[in-house]
Design a binder for this molecule. Structure first.
Ligand code: NAI
Ligand code: MG
Length: 366
């Protein structure tokens, strides 16, 4: 059987720095008989510098034909004055749009050693491991009509929340599929009490559940109540599925329950390909961090955990993903901290590559 294929797009700023550490993890799996066909290309500002465009057609084509894409970060002050059509972010947006990545997965996972880092009490977040799925390609960010219009003698700003049954159904399926690989529970959030799109959302999610995933435990919650419950007792949840706008807010809220931006991975999934794997793009939540680029201060964990998500959700390698998670837990428990994770006095930060190497060593010892 052919090796699974992976396209690596390091990007700009700290993107290439953290990706170098991910390569060490990938290479380590290679020594253990799990080999990927890895290709690499430029994206964002790096692609603009070389080709005058943030994403070439050739790279787009490569992305459409691999099992998974792993991206570092794009952007930076150097590109601030570029025309909107060639800004680094456009490369990322084109990838998401042309791959039709409608399910955005943002885990909120608390590593015990960092529980003190949270703004919530330690017992509330210790052991937390939940997943927010945000619908990414529809809803109020795309619905028509939209714009600022004049009515009589004043202006009116309009956006439209719009969801079709098939858009709701496909993201619901992503949530149920994911729940089956986790704790088998889904909570769907909308505001069916005040929004018709929410009424339809609730109806369709329930129908997909009853027809196709009756084994998964499903509950519904209004999104405002969900925000309260997420801060009160987040461990009550496993998978949360919600629309684009509520998901934007709830995923940021959930992410910050657990601490630093340098720790947060994400996945964006689309429809299954011919081989059954979903179209998939994995990337850390953080950006290119120009303020620390080139200093060896970047935390590579978010990008390494993004690769762990690829193992879990693209490569059916849940045990290997658990192993990466455990290696991260181990180095943190040993007291290793990149600069963004410092809080305790008297701890000397480690560099990006020291952190990457420690994680590989922990993997080897596991
Ligand atoms: P940012 O995420 O790059 O940085 C925010 C702060 O967090 C900075 O102080 C940075 O040093 C720190 N930080 C981020 N990642 C870190 C890591 N792995 N380790 C240690 N510290 C880390 O967001 P910012 O500053 O708003 O944006 C910088 C550039 O990145 C902009 O051009 C922006 O457009 C772009 N960006 C790109 C994203 C992407 O590629 N998906 C997402 C967000 C921003
Ligand atoms: Mg946001």
């Amino acid at each position: 059987m052919a090796n699974p294929s992976l396209l690596i797009l390091p990007g700009d700023g700290i993107g290439p720095e953290v990706m170098t550490e991910v390569r060490k993890v990938i290479d380590w799996f290679g020594t253990r008989g799990m080999t990927f066909d890895v290709s690499e290309a430029l994206v964002g500002g790096a692609a603009y510098d070389a080709h005058g465009t943030p994403l070439t057609d050739e790279t787009m084509e490569m992305a459409q034909n691999v099992d998974a894409v792993l991206l570092g970060a794009v952007g930076g002050p150097k590109y601030d004055n570029l025309d909107f059509s060639v800004k680094p972010e456009r490369g990322l947006l084109r990838l998401r749009k042309e791959m039709d990545l409608y399910a955005n997965l943002r885990p909120a996972q608390c590593f015990d050693a960092l529980a003190d880092f949270s703004s919530l009490k330690k017992n509330v977040v210790a052991g937390l491991d939940i997943m927010i799925i945000r619908e990414l390609t529809s809803g109020v960010y795309f619905g028509e009509p939209r714009g600022i219009f004049t009515e009589g003698n004043e202006r009116v700003g309009i956006n439209t929340q719009r969801y079709t049954e098939s858009e709701i159904a496909r993201v619901a399926r992503s949530a149920f599929e994911l729940a089956r690989k986790r704790d088998n529970r889904v909570c769907s959030m909308e505001k069916a009490n005040v929004m018709e799109s929410g009424v339809l959302w609730r109806e369709v999610v329930q129908r997909i559940h009853d027809d196709e995933y009756p084994d998964v435990e499903l509950s519904h919650m209004y999104a405002d109540a969900g925000a309260m419950q997420l801060t009160r007792w987040p461990k009550q949840f496993d998978v949360i599925v919600t629309d684009n706008l509520f998901g934007d807010m709830l995923s940021d809220l959930a992410a910050m329950l657990t601490g630093s931006l340098g720790m947060l991975p994400s996945a964006s999934l689309g429809l299954p390909m011919a081989n059954g794997r979903p179209k998939a793009l994995y990337e850390p939540v953080h950006g290119s961090a120009p303020d620390i680029a080139g200093t060896g201060k970047a935390n590579p964990i978010a990008c390494i955990l993004s690769f762990a998500m690829a193992l879990r959700y693209s490569f059916d390698a849940g045990a290997e993903a658990d192993r990466v998670d455990a290696a991260v837990e181990k180095v943190l428990a040993d007291g290793l901290r990149t600069a963004d994770l410092l809080g305790e006095e008297g701890v000397e930060p480690v560099t990006t590559s020291q952190m990457g190497e420690a994680i590989v060593a922990a993997l080897a010892a596991s």
